[in-house]
Design a protein around this ligand. Structure first.
Ligand code: IK2
Length: 455
């Protein structure tokens, strides 16, 4: 069955056939049989492939893809050095498939404390290759033909293809913005779900809802009331919640990140997904995890075991050590989980001011290290092309990186195909950047404004 291999295997074999001239194994007739490409339809285009290349080619200042350009904390690098320098050479070998024991133990302890319940490290936690693999395992494990999965827009773009590739149908519900009163700057909190509209999306085919709080790209941190609304519907309709919480420590202005798994009836139906890359400013490490009840995690383990099987031992060991550190410092000012948001909030405020001064109206994010800015005032530079296939913000972001050297990501990338033109006058900036990078972005923006206003 080609279900998981699909056309890529076929193309590989065809290429081998034409270049190496061997054709005996697969006959021409077999190779030209229609492949089961349904799950892969429309998932061949990827915003990151396109915009990372554009940024690498043209940008002087890259506020596009979400990664810090400052170093990770010293204690993370030291933990890795210590792991490498130890006599324990077994850290270079395979470890337990579902997670290196020291890491699953500390994650169980940490999340147990956060959720107020005992977690079994061997059954309620699994380590993955970044949060990305945890997401992929979830969709593959739970979504079947005919299942619907509710996705809140704007959403981290991979949810949609991952649902489709599992054979499911994504059902979208938008967060709707409401203009703030008294000419105040808009906040991510001004983007809300309509409760009746959300309720209307649940039915007997609904298998899961994906919640991403704090939300990429908007920076919205869902309130207790909003989470209760989602939780009540999940319980009422017996629906699973895939809760992507990779930005759980990045919340600002004294706001609190509430874990939906801690609400009544939700632990049993929620998989929490986390990322060491986002948590410790080291996105290249690709260490993530899934936390949830064994009845759910057992299926995710099966997916993991039959795809990746195992994640790098040495990185897991180092992440275990730094989590241990954070566990000891939890709630104290020295904790990285307290320090990082403090630093990022300053960077957020700085970029907000810079964008506002340049006339690109920012939406103040309550969390994450992203913010959206309204580009409506810039139509004279990049004129609209009516009836274009490409959303305005995408053309704008391409123009901006090529002509101004500043990279950002169009908001339409975080909407499904049918809704891409609904909110296509915003671009997303990443502010997890050195002061010098943000200053360089400010120089570009202010110079641009001057050029616009000078006769
Ligand atoms: N979930 C969300 C919501 C994410 O934002 C990410 C990382 N994406 O960041 C890239 C960007 O938006 O510019 C992930 C999951 C994946 O996390 P990991 O890197 O741990 O696989």
């Amino acid at each position: 069955m080609l279900r998981r291999a699909g056309p890529s295997l076929r193309h590989f074999l065809l290429e081998r056939k034409s270049s190496a001239g061997y054709s005996s194994y697969f006959s021409e007739a077999k190779m030209s049989r229609p492949v089961q490409s349904r799950r892969l339809e429309g998932v061949d285009k990827n915003i990151w492939v396109e915009f990372v290349k554009l940024a690498a080619t043209y940008s002087r200042v890259n506020l596009g893809q979400g990664f810090p350009d400052f170093p990770p904390p010293d204690f993370l690098k030291e933990a890795l050095e210590t792991a490498l320098s130890r006599e324990n050479y077994m850290l270079h070998q395979y470890t337990r498939a579902f997670g290196h024991p020291p890491l699953v133990k500390i994650l169980a302890q940490f999340y147990g404390k956060l959720l107020g319940q005992d977690l079994d490290p061997m059954t309620d936690v699994m380590v993955t290759v970044g949060a990305y693999q945890a997401l992929f395992c979830c969709f593959q494990a739970f979504v079947d033909e005919g299942d619907e999965v509710i996705i809140i827009e704007p959403f981290f773009d991979c949810y949609e293809p991952m649902v489709t590739m599992a054979g499911g149908t994504p059902v979208f519900i938008p967060l709707r913005p409401k203009a703030p009163e008294d000419g105040k700057m808009m906040s991510s909190a001004d983007w809300k779900l309509d409760s009746a509209e959300l309720a209307s999306k649940f039915n007997e085919r609904t298998k899961a809802i994906v919640l991403n709080s704090p939300n990429n790209p908007l920076g919205k941190v869902f309130s207790q009331g909003e989470l209760e609304l989602i939780a009540d519907l999940c319980v009422k309709h017996d629906v699973l919640c895939i809760s992507d919480e990779v930005y759980e420590w990045l919340v600002y202005d004294g706001k609190e990140h509430i874990r939906i798994a801690s609400l009544p009836g939700m632990w049993d139906r929620t998989v929490i997904i986390g990322s060491a890359g986002k948590t410790f400013s080291a996105t290249g490490w690709k260490v993530g995890w899934a936390v949830g009840p064994n009845r759910l995690l057992q299926h995710i383990r099966t997916m993991h075991q039959n795809s990746v099987y195992h994640c790098a031992t040495i990185a897991q060991e180092a992440v275990a050590q730094v989590f241990q550190r954070e566990f000891m410092l939890y709630g104290k000012p020295d904790s990285y989980f307290a320090q990082l948001p403090k630093e990022l909030q300053k960077k957020r405020d700085w970029l907000v001011q810079s964008l506002d001064a340049a006339g690109m109206k920012p939406i103040i994010p309550e969390g994450t290290y992203f913010l959206l800015a309204d580009i409506s005032n810039f139509k004279s530079d990049v004129p609209d092309v009516p009836n274009s296939d490409e959303p305005y913000d995408s053309r704008f972001a391409k123009w901006m990186v090529k002509n101004k050297g500043l990279a950002a990501i169009p908001l339409s990338a975080f909407y499904c195909g049918a809704h891409k033109n609904n909110y296509s006058h915003f671009i997303r900036f990443c502010f997890a950047k050195e002061e010098a990078t943000l200053k360089a972005a400010n120089d570009i923006l202010q110079k641009w404004k001057q050029e616009k206003t000078s006769p």
